[in-house]
Design a protein. Structure first.
Length: 421
């Protein structure tokens, strides 16, 4: 079975919001062996929607529409589908009564506009929406099917999981399973990874390898198609083992796992405590660490020591170290890490100092220069980076590289000397 996905809303075309529904739906369809070759976005316009549906049904068995089922004038999906089908919109008394009940439970009268949400193309099968006021529907045309679902993400995803996927399974009959595993890496470029895995990429056609670049590193997606989930998992495991053997230390996790979650698990397993002193990152590292539920088990405290005086007063960084080497230096970063560890009485201290930009750089110390230090009672190391981006991205990548340095320490990947990374 081939499905084509259609997101409806002028707001998407204007870049005001991002369509997450069709991405979610694509994953769910892949899990049941339904192929997706095209996704389209169209504004709130009946004629353009009809044109898109006409083209989509020429190459797909199913169209799944997200959005345009609200109560306002610009919500035109039901009208567009009805006209495309050549059928009138008809009220469904049961749905309209449920809508009235929905508002009555909240102590208000149903606005007249909401009544249109109880109208459907003639002969449509209604898809109940237990989370909102906009039911969906399904219609059949020449042996093919059009699904229309509300665009509110929580409603769309719930209806997809609970109702649409079971309906598609029934319609598709014989099916294959498509499963994927995402391997997450950090610290190596996409082109370098592709070079290392080039022969595997060429050799394997099922499962396949795909590269996904993002702000938290490069992800490698392995996708297999098989008769059942067990076979697909085995196919993925074989190729994953080969990928892991080649990439080794740059792999930090899989699927939805974040770098900070990996660090949290390692910290818990080892029974360690952490304190952080940040300058140029302005608390971003502590924020990411504490995004993980239960991080209080291993994260003791964080300081944002932005000024030179605060580095001295809060962390005990010697004033002559700052004067001699400058606030952005290996020596100050290490003093920050050692100072915060001693003050917080933790196993690990981290210090970060740098020049985020756009100003403040010199020829010797340009914008984007960042020093990251890690210190324990018997171990210390410092690493420096030169990031070429704007202020926000420089801060983001400084935080990211700090987390990766911590991960490498916890995994035992670092040499036991300053600058020995």
């Amino acid at each position: 079975m081939i499905a084509e996905l259609l997101s409806v809303g002028t707001e998407f075309l204007l870049g005001q919001i991002v369509d997450t529904n069709t991405s979610y739906l694509s994953q769910k369809l892949a899990e049941i062996g339904v192929s997706v070759y095209f996704k389209q976005t169209v504004g709130d316009n009946v004629e353009r929607m009809k044109e898109v549906m006409k083209n989509a049904l020429m190459r797909a068995d199913v169209i799944i529409i997200s959005g345009g089922l609200g109560p306002t004038e610009d919500d035109c999906t039901r009208q567009a589908v009805a006209e495309f089908m050549g059928k009138p919109l008809q009220p469904d008394s049961g749905t309209i009564e449920k809508l009235r009940g929905y508002f009555s439970m909240r102590g208000i009268d149903m606005p007249k506009n909401n009544e249109v949400q109880g109208y459907f193309p003639e002969s449509a099968k209604i898809i109940v929406n237990p989370r909102g006021t906009a039911p969906g529907f399904m219609v059949e045309k020449d042996g093919k099917f059009i699904f229309a679902l509300p665009g509110v993400p929580g409603e769309f995803k719930g209806m997809t999981d609970d109702l649409v996927i079971p309906m598609l399974l029934e319609l598709s009959g014989e099916r294959k399973t498509i499963k994927s595993r995402v391997i997450k890496t950090i610290g190596m470029s996409e082109s370098k990874i592709a070079e290392i895995l080039k022969d595997l990429f060429m050799e394997y056609t099922n499962p396949t390898i795909a590269y996904l670049a993002g702000d938290s590193g490069i992800s490698i997606r392995i996708t297999a198609m098989a008769e059942n989930a067990g076979t697909a998992d085995a196919m993925i495991a074989e190729l994953e083992a080969k990928v892991r053997e080649r990439l080794k230390k740059i792999i930090y996790g899989t699927d939805d796992m974040t770098l900070e979650e990996v660090i949290g698990n390692l910290m818990r397993d080892k029974g360690l405590k952490l304190a952080i002193a940040e300058s140029c990152t302005g608390g971003l590292i502590a924020n990411r660490i504490t995004d993980v539920p239960g991080s209080s088990e291993y994260f003791e405290r964080g300081y944002v020591t932005y000024s030179n005086s605060s580095k001295a007063l809060e962390l005990g960084v010697p004033g002559d170290t700052i004067v001699t080497h400058g606030a952005v230096s290996e020596e100050v970063a290490l003093a920050m890490a050692e100072g915060v560890r001693k003050i917080a009485d933790t196993d690990i201290g981290i210090g970060v100092t740098g020049i985020a930009g756009p100003g403040g750089g010199t020829e010797e110390k340009p914008v984007g220069l960042v020093y990251i230090a890690l210190a324990t009672e018997k171990y210390s190391c410092v690493r420096h980076f030169r990031f070429p981006w704007d202020r926000k991205r420089n801060k983001h990548f400084a935080a990211l590289m700090t987390l990766d340095l911590l991960r490498k320490y916890l995994m035992g990947y670092l040499e036991n000397k300053i600058n020995g990374i």
